[in-house]
Design a protein around this ligand. Structure first.
Ligand SMILES: [Zn+2]
Length: 44
């Protein structure tokens, strides 16, 4: 069971910013689709 979960996450593709296409760090998962830089741009 545990090994299957590990492989599931390992096989997930990195999230990419919907604005610039950069990979998104997992810590930004709550915002989902844009990176930190674009997030600031959007909030202006
Ligand atoms: Zn971006």
């Amino acid at each position: 069971m545990v090994r299957n979960v590990m492989e599931f996450f390992r096989n997930l593709p990195p999230k990419k910013c919907a604005e610039c296409g950069d990979n998104i760090e997992e810590q930004h998962e709550c915002y989902g689709i844009v990176c930190d830089r674009c997030l600031r741009h959007v909030s202006e």
